[in-house]
Structures are given as C-alpha cells and as structure tokens.
Design a protein around this ligand. Structure first.
Ligand SMILES: [Zn+2]
Length: 284
C-alpha cells in the first residue's frame, strides 16, 4: 500500500550502489539512471535490508508470494526485469518496494487480507511504484556531488562510513517501527491507478484494493492507534478509496465477472503463515 524507502539515510545506502556505476558529475537526473543501474541499486540495497529485517524463511510461503507477485509483475513491468518478494515477519501493517523489483510485505498486512485479490492489490500497488520509478527518481534527485564523492571514497576504501551505518539503522526500523517518509500524493495516486490496471491484467479482482483499504480504515476507527504507523505514512486513505472505486467503475475490464477474488492456495498460504514462528517483539 505505501511505500518506497525514502528517508535520507535509506537513500544514502542506495547512493553507495549508484556511486559504483554512475559517472561522477553533480546531480544525476532520474532519466540518467539506466535500468541496469537501478537493478544494481536495488540488489545492493535489498542485501542490506535482508541482513537486518526479520524475514519469513519458510520456503512454501515464499514460493506462494513470489508466484502471485511475479504473475502481476510479468504483466506490469515492460522492462522484463526479475522481481523478488519477501515477507517481513512483523505484525506492523505495512508494505514497501525498492528500485529494481524488490517488494516487501509485512506479515501483519498479509494476515489482514481476507482473500487473494486483497493481497494482489497490495502487490499491484507496490509493483507500480517500481514500474513508475518513484523511488529511483527520488534517489537520483537526492544525489549531489558531495555525498557522491564521500560515498565513492567509502566504496574505494572498502570500509563502512557513517552514511552506511546510518542506513543500516533505518533499515532495521523498517521492520520494527516502520518509519517512512512517504511518497508524494501524486505518486500514491499513480501507484493506486496503475495498481488497479496491473491487478486486473493479471486476472485478479481490483475490488480487493478497495476492500483491503476499507478494512484498515475500519480497524483504525475501532481501535484508534493500532494502525497509526500505517496511516501516518498513508494520508488521504478515504480519498484514495474513492478514487480507486471510481477508476474501477469507469473501467469495463476491471468490472469483468471472470476476475479472481480468492483462491485455495491463498487460504493455505495465510493459514500456514499463522503456524510459523511468532512475531518478534517489534513493538517497543
Ligand atoms: Zn504507495
């Protein structure tokens, strides 16, 4: 539903990767980052995140979310880059994606999904952030001659700089307290819009995006504060629900009756996830 890591330190980690491949020359513009560079940024960044987040390691669970996610990514990203999907073992409700096709969904969000189309809606939205290059654009803008030089020095010397250490701390918080600086409202709108298209194209009912969002809004209303982290990074939830609903109403393909709402594999996946190791104590 949300996301893209866009805090300063998070960007800095990615700049480490960019520095290795991008020419030194002041600010990089978004368009100057090639697909290959984006993939390298994502791979490096993902390695750092994976080393610190409590990921679900269960093979069957990972197979399921990758199968579902890749089915959507295949019809969403014209660049044909490979995507990888991870389950973060955290009961905090959230999801995020980083450049290059890496998508993370917290267990707390998956467990609140009632059917496959609701999870597919979350994945469609996150994939849209990658396809639309929202976070790589922000990272490219964040670069400047100073930090690029400093980071390049770090890469050449092969030792961790304060920048890298700072990035590491932020990554840990992704699973714990889910601190994000959100995308712009325009980026979120675009990801919602494209998410509907991608989910529909993959054969899933985009109403899942609406019902998932409504459910979270209702839970927050009934138990104020429980999803405060999610709503802090997702302003305008009601408006987004209205927009997505309007798009579905205006799109014949999105209203087709043969779209999938739920599947048996999804229900098995969710049940299995519940039997796995309990949440780490990430609410402090
Ligand atoms: Zn988003």
């Amino acid at each position: 539903m949300r996301i893209g890591l866009t805090t300063f330190a998070a960007r800095s980690v990615a700049v480490v990767a960019l520095a290795g491949t991008a020419a030194l020359g002041g600010c990089a513009s978004a368009s100057s980052v090639t697909v290959q560079q984006e993939q390298q940024v994502g791979a490096d960044y993902s390695r750092q995140i994976n080393a610190q987040l409590p990921l679900v390691r269960d093979a069957a669970s990972n197979d399921y979310i990758n199968e579902l996610g890749k089915r959507i990514a295949r019809v969403a990203d014209p660049r044909g880059i490979p995507y990888t999907f991870y389950i973060v073992n955290s009961d905090v409700v959230n999801a995020f994606s980083i450049p290059g096709g890496y998508v993370y969904v917290n267990r707390g969000l998956i467990e609140r999904a009632s059917n496959a189309s609701e999870l597919a809606g979350v994945l469609g939205h996150e994939i849209a952030h990658v396809v639309d290059r929202h976070s790589i654009n922000q990272m490219a803008k964040a670069q400047n001659a100073n930090n690029l030089l400093g980071v390049l020095g770090t890469v050449l010397l092969g030792r961790a700089s304060p920048v890298v250490q700072q990035g590491a701390q932020v990554a840990v918080q992704v699973g714990g307290s889910a601190i994000f600086a959100g995308f712009s409202r325009a980026d979120e709108r675009q990801a919602d819009h494209d998410g509907v298209i991608f989910e529909t194209r993959a054969g899933y009912n985009p109403r899942g995006m609406v019902t998932m969002f409504q459910k979270l809004v209702t839970e927050e209303q009934n138990s104020p504060g429980r999803l405060s982290q999610f709503f802090a990074t997702h302003p305008g939830a009601q408006e987004r629900i209205t927009n997505v609903q309007a798009e579905i109403n205006a799109t014949p393909a999105a209203r087709a009756t043969n779209l999938t709402t739920d599947t048996r594999p999804f229900q098995s996946f969710r049940s299995r996830l519940r039997t796995l190791t309990p949440y780490p104590s990430d609410r402090k």
